[in-house]
Write a protein that binds this ligand. Sequence first.
Ligand code: HEC
Ligand code: HEC
Length: 326
Amino acid sequence: MSSVRRVLVTTLATLTFVTLLITPSSPGAQAGAQASAQAPRTVQDGVYSDAQASRGQTLYAQRCTGCHGPALAGASAPALTGDLFTNKFRMEPLSALFIQIRYAMPPKAEANAQLTSEQAADLVAHVLKSNGFPAGKTDFPPADATNSPIGWPAGRGVGASSAPSPSWYSPTGNLAQLMRGVFFHNSNLIFSIQELEAKDLPPQPPSTRPDGLTTFDWGLMAYTGWPAVENATTALADASALLMLPGTRCENGRAAPITEPDWIKFTDQMISVARRSYRLAQTKDKEALSKFTLDLSNACNACHRVYRDVGGRGGAGNTSARCMHR
Ligand code: HEC
Ligand code: HEC
């Protein structure tokens, strides 16, 4: 782990020579690209059985209907059918839906009311069936479902082909401010899982500060542990959508290249690794998240290599070529 850590520290602290340390052929990048390389099965290919979906249906009626509605159309909780729902999950492997159900539903369940992996897999089958995805001959296997490579068919669904629409909300700051204000701290908190137990995150302020705690210190104590990691991962995923906001610029004044295919690809990759980090935080698997931080830093670096670390590399260098497609 120490080599991984060195890479990350270099990445984040000095912002120089990062591109030499992490290349697209590093193991983490391959893990991220695995999905497309092996063309894994998708939910279109019959990845659950009818028997499994009916077990899921029975369980759904007992445990889920109250909040998500009898027809999965939503009630106090969001709908589990339709374009909004599938578009939300299709950027992640099917394992994300499994994790969401297995570890987060019903919300705040007592230990004795938590779902088993078998039950969660049955519910995944019911949700897939309700969304019109075909049944196959075998069950969606609960064993190792958190790592299942099954995906969704390509495409973004609604609005897939249209360019980002002009927004009512234009950005206040430039990309450097967004990166320093949101990306930097949140990813550092996630990277810290390599060194600390989740319960010790974020690192607490020393209790011996002469003038007592600052408001900032107090804030560090308010949200801690795995929920703090979940907050950082979701913040990173959702703030990444701002990378596509029309009107976004680099500090040098150049418009962010939001219509360039590689910028879109880097943004998609960023969102998908941030979401995967979220899923791993939901499972509370320190080792798995720790390993995955390499994919996270690779996603930062892939974009930086092309759009940031050009000309004079690093913050102090010549930044005039940033945000420029080449
Ligand atoms: C007490 C109410 C409640 C019950 C019972 C419940 N859920 Fe949920 N569920 C929620 C809420 C609230 C959310 C939204 C959470 C959020 O956005 O963080 C949610 C989110 C979800 C999501 C993610 C939806 C999305 O758009 O991100 C899935 C999938 C899900 N629930 C499945 C289930 C299943 C399956 C069951 C039955 C085992 C279940 N839920 C039981 C309240 C409930
Ligand atoms: C889609 C492209 C993209 C992604 C993904 C991305 N960045 Fe950036 N980042 C940039 C660009 C472009 C700049 C330069 C911004 C400017 O000059 O205004 C930048 C600048 C930065 C800076 C400020 C550097 C300086 O010179 O002050 C930090 C810190 C940073 N990024 C961290 C991150 C981290 C951490 C991640 C991943 C969690 C990340 N970035 C992901 C494009 C990206």
